[in-house]
Design a protein around this ligand. Structure first.
Ligand code: PMP
Length: 443
């Protein structure tokens, strides 16, 4: 079936194939960023344009997009208020390494929306997490961090780990890693409160960095009471709690944190916060901010940007103006209500297909996001989620869906709704998945 779908893709996409060939002459691996070659297609699909919940490829095919740039375009491609803000800022300069009025508006809005009093802006979620961890080490005077097995928080080396024999080992597949992760990082299984308690007990962990629910190894929801235990244990151990909401912002306008009353010391949000323009933010509690001031004063050799955090283009005028428009006019309560309703429709549709085909699969939803996994019960840990991976089946499904005009997130079976996604789009995905499953069975 995969061979047939690859041939069908190749026949339907001659212009993408030609561009892919030409690109090989000047781009390493034929793409401007090597992940772009990691799709199940025989060559990369080249995009002509994207708008709302759809994109068009260079051969003229239209797709319903449930990947949405793996969350970067969670509020639709080119949301009109962000497009207008970009046009406005285009005539007023992009980067001066100085703040403008937008910074004040954005700071107040982030404080109102997410509840933490003080904010900083970075260029990517990877950067924001790196800075959050660095501040945490600086203010606690501790070296180690703790993450959950199967996590992904961007390419932050001390978080690129797996749990083996009770210890952190480098995550397989990395190129050129240098960090001794056994020294920098402790790892425990998500939802394992006893292991968490034991790992925090020595009092040497600067911060726990966690998604409120795991979304990068399939999806893993927290057990009832897990977050209470996580907060209590981190407080007792003098460990800061960093909550990374980059994906779980799908829960609602204030993320999982506001929906479920979490109380992080540091809160991180990247990807969609400026409507798809590179930008990320992190907020800190009043206590952390006070300790950051003290750490800065102690370390200060006169400033000059040698803190180990920040990049020249972070918080540039373009990103700040786009973020203001996005927070004000795009990431609205109404947008979330629509997206969540459609995710409920999709979850119900997926469950219907799975039941009708008698498959031992499960569906998990986090607000506007849902995922089907090849296991009967939703997994409770990264390891359980990984045990349900089936690489060749997953690739075949993703490719076959693409050939039927639907794109879902690569690497697992995650789907995301945006404000422009409509019920017929959801029904298209459910119908196409049913057809693909039948074809795989009959292949
Ligand atoms: N945090 C989480 C939870 C993520 O899922 C990701 C990306 N998948 C990141 C951070 C890193 O985002 P970026 O690649 O934009 O830096």
């Amino acid at each position: 079936m995969t061979a047939r779908e690859r041939a069908r893709f190749a026949a339907a996409n001659p212009k993408s194939e030609r561009l892919a060939e030409e690109a090989k002459a000047s781009l390493f691996g034929g793409v401007p960023m090597h992940w772009m070659a990691d799709w199940p297609t025989p060559f990369p699909l080249f995009v002509a344009e994207a708008s709302g919940a759809r994109f068009k490829d260079v051969d003229g095919h239209d797709y319903v997009d449930f990947c949405l740039g793996d969350t970067g375009a969670m509020f639709g491609h080119a949301p009109p208020p962000v497009a207008a803000a970009i046009r406005e800022q285009a005539a007023r300069g992009y980067t001066t390494m100085l703040p403008g009025e937008d910074a004040v508006w954005v700071g107040n809005e982030l404080k109102r929306r997410f509840g933490l009093p003080y904010w900083q802006v970075a260029a990517t979620a990877t950067d924001a997490n790196r800075y959050a961890l660095r501040w945490a080490r600086a203010v606690t005077g501790r070296d180690r961090i703790l993450v959950f097995d199967g996590c992904y928080h961007g390419t932050v080396e001390e978080t690129m780990v797996r749990l083996e024999g009770g210890k952190a080992v480098p995550r397989p597949g990395q190129l050129g890693p240098v960090t001794d992760v056994e020294k920098t990082t402790r790892v425990v299984a998500f939802n394992d409160v006893a292991a968490l308690e034991k790992a925090l007990a020595p009092g040497d962990i600067a911060a726990v960095l966690a998604e409120p629910a795991m979304t990068n190894i399939g999806m893993v929801l927290p057990d009832a009471g897990f977050h209470d235990a996580l907060r209590d244990l981190t407080r007792k151990a003098g460990t800061l709690l960093i909550i990374d909401e980059t994906h779980t912002i799908s829960t609602g306008p204030g993320g999982w944190t506001r929906a479920f009353g979490l109380a992080p010391d540091i809160f991180v949000l990247g990807k969609p916060v400026a409507g798809g323009i590179p930008c990320a933010v992190f907020g800190v509690s009043a206590d952390v901010a006070r300790r950051m001031e003290a750490a800065r004063a102690k370390a200060s050799a006169g400033g000059h940007g040698h803190s180990g955090m920040g990049t020249t283009l972070s918080a540039n005028a373009f990103a700040m103006h786009a973020m203001r428009a996005n927070l004000k006019n795009v990431m609205t309560d109404e947008a979330f209500a629509h997206m969540i309703l459609l995710a409920e429709r999709l979850s119900a549709g997926l469950e219907r297909v799975i039941a009708a085909k008698g498959l031992p699969w499960s569906v998990t939803q986090i607000g506007a996001r849902c995922e089907f996994q090849f296991c009967e019960k939703p997994p409770r840990s990264g390891r359980e989620a990984e045990a349900a991976f089936h690489d060749s089946l997953e690739k075949c499904i993703h490719l076959a869906l693409l050939n039927r005009g639907v794109m879902i997130t690569p690497f697992h079976n995650m789907t995301l709704m945006c404000p422009q996604t409509q019920a017929p789009d959801v029904d298209h995905l459910v119908g196409a998945l049913g057809d693909v499953i039948d074809e795989i069975r009959n292949a």
